[in-house]
Design a binder for this molecule. Sequence first.
Ligand SMILES: Cc1cc2nc3c(=O)[nH]c(=O)nc-3n(C[C@H](O)[C@H](O)[C@H](O)COP(=O)(O)OP(=O)(O)OC[C@H]3O[C@@H](n4cnc5c(N)ncnc54)[C@H](O)[C@@H]3O)c2cc1C
Ligand code: FES
Length: 284
Amino acid sequence: MKRFEIVKKRQLNDTIHWYTIYAPLIARHAQPGQFIILRVDEHGERVPLTMAGHDSETGTIDIIVQTVGRTTMLLEQLNVGDCLADVVGPLGQPSKMEGLKRVCIVGGGVGNALAYPLAIGMHKHGIHVEMICGFKSKDLVILEDEFRAGVDKVHMVTDDGTYGEKGFTTDKLKALLDAGEQFDEIVAVGPAVMMKFVCGIAKEYGIPSVASLATYMVDGTGMCGGCRAIVGGESKFVCVDGPDFDGALIDWDLLIKRGKTFAAEEAEERAHVCKLTGGVRTNA
Ligand SMILES: Cc1cc2nc3c(=O)[nH]c(=O)nc-3n(C[C@H](O)[C@H](O)[C@H](O)COP(=O)(O)OP(=O)(O)OC[C@H]3O[C@@H](n4cnc5c(N)ncnc54)[C@H](O)[C@@H]3O)c2cc1C
Ligand code: FES
């Protein structure tokens, strides 16, 4: 097998693919919650992606990627046998599990992919894990079978009610807590706005919360400052101090504002790749 070769590729829905990549050094050291940064080709952008799994025996790591822009479109065009230019990792801090007994993990959209290794890792660690998996509609649902096989309870919700219960992840979380469910931590992984409200509910019910932040990243080593977030009034670098932070202490409004910084440039890049490949993404 060649370095950074794609050894398996599986389509999960219209825009999300699961890739298994040969990267033995990373596979040997990876832990749940950590991420990698890859480049598709040597002139490409550096893209951070959570490791969905790793296997030190086969020397492989897994990533689950939503095609949203230039680099992820280029990645989607690669197939088994193709190689990535480079992959750096494992980066970031592993998720903390010590002392936890019952955890509710709330995943929104592709955030469910980011939550997957954590959910499985916590369950293997002996923690009771309940997942609330939220999607806009049925055609976007991913990983349901994997979650059902790997955690204690799965609650599926869709915004439009086409699958599972109708409503937002926050509605389901509130319903569970109102029904008397006890958790000693709530983890939010998904769009920043969803995480802000999930952590708000956790605070309201007096439960500690953790949010997995996906800010802009460039170097991934704490050098550029691109991933800065304010947590508890202090500047933190998501790439080295995170990506997990105490949800009650995050300055959500600043984080959400910073997340929109490059929207115009990204739309232009996307249009450029669409022209090259003939592909058009309407749901990016
Ligand atoms: C720690 C971390 C883990 C992540 N894990 C996953 C994952 O497991 N699966 C997945 O599908 N996505 C994940 N992402 C998001 C992923 O990095 C972006 O979707 C990707 O960078 C988009 O690149 P693009 O060129 O295709 O799109 P672009 O058009 O460049 O950007 C589309 C959107 O992607 C985000 N983005 C763009 N550039 C960056 C960057 N350098 N760093 C971070 N975000 C960026 C922004 O929200 C942007 O609006 C993660 C991000 C972080 C920070
Ligand atoms: S990505 Fe540069 S400091 Fe975190």
